[in-house]
Design a protein. Structure first.
Length: 228
C-alpha cells in the first residue's frame, strides 16, 4: 500500500467545506489517504501503524547481495502529510506559472520519484525527410571550413565543419588519430589534415581549413608548445 500525494491524499482547507484534492484551499488543517468513502479516510499515524502490521519491504532482485530502496517522504515520521500537501500546492502553483524547478525538487526529495520533463515530441520521420544527398564532399552552400581538435590522453579527435549563410553548418569529416599526444607522430597526422587537407565541391573547386580550434584538456603545455 503506497500513498500517492497527487492522487490519494485528501485535505481539509482552513475555510469551511468538504475535503478537497490537492490544488485548492489556502491552509491545511487535516490530511488523510482517500478511501472508497470519507469514512475510510486514514490519517498518517493510522496508516503507518497498519503498514507496520501488514507491510514488508520486498526487493525486486532478492538474489543480489547489495540492495537499495527508494523511500518516499510519505513514510517519514518527522514530516506531516499536511506539510507535504502545502509544499506540493506551492510547487504546483509555480509550475503552472512556468517555474517547474520547485516541483522537480519536491518530486525528487519528498516523493523519491524521478523527474520527467514533458515537452513536444519530435517526429523521427521528419529528420528522414530532411536528408540531402550531396554529389561531392562539400555541399554547394559551404562558404568556409573550420576545424576543431580535442586532445585526449590516448588520441586526438578532430572534426571538419562547413559553414554557410545564416550559420548553417555541415559536418564534413570526423576522426581520431590514435597515439600519445606527447609524441610528435600524432600531431603530424593532425597537421597534415589541417594544413594539406583539401575538400572538393561538385564543380571541382577545392577548399581548405580557414581556422582551427584546439581543446587542450589536460595537455595545455604540450599543446601550447606544439602550436608555437
Amino acid at each position: 500500500m503506497r500513498p500517492h500525494l497527487k492522487q490519494n491524499i485528501m485535505f481539509v482547507s482552513g475555510l469551511p467545506g468538504k475535503p478537497r484534492c490537492c490544488g485548492s484551499g489556502n491552509w491545511i488543517s487535516k490530511a488523510a489517504i482517500a478511501g472508497a468513502s470519507s469514512v475510510q479516510n486514514i490519517r498518517k499515524h493510522q496508516w503507518l501503524d497498519r503498514w507496520d502490521e501488514r507491510g514488508a519491504w520486498v526487493h525486486k532482485f532478492p538474489e543480489r547481495s547489495t540492495r537499495g530502496f527508494w523511500l518516499s517522504g510519505m513514510y517519514n515520521p518527522w514530516i506531516s502529510w499536511e506539510t507535504l500537501v502545502i509544499e506540493f500546492k506551492e510547487a504546483n502553483r509555480l509550475a503552472k506559472a512556468g517555474d517547474q524547478e520547485q516541483l522537480k525538487v519536491f518530486l525528487n526529495t519528498r516523493l523519491a520519484e524521478l523527474w520527467e520533463m514533458r515537452g513536444e515530441s519530435l517526429d523521427e520521420d521528419l529528420f528522414r525527410t530532411r536528408r540531402e544527398v550531396y554529389p561531392a564532399r562539400l555541399p554547394g552552400g559551404v562558404k568556409v571550413l573550420t576545424a576543431a581538435a580535442d586532445i585526449q590522453d590516448d588520441r586526438i579527435c578532430y572534426e571538419i565543419a562547413g559553414w554557410g549563410v545564416g550559420r548553417e553548418r555541415w559536418a564534413i569529416e570526423y576522426g581520431p588519430f590514435w597515439g600519445d599526444p606527447l609524441n610528435d607522430d600524432v600531431w603530424e597526422r593532425l597537421d597534415k589534415i589541417l594544413i594539406e587537407g583539401r575538400w572538393e565541391y561538385s564543380d571541382g573547386e577545392k577548399a581548405k581549413v580557414s581556422c582551427a580550434f584546439v581543446d587542450s584538456g589536460g595537455h595545455l603545455r604540450r599543446t601550447q608548445n606544439r602550436l608555437d
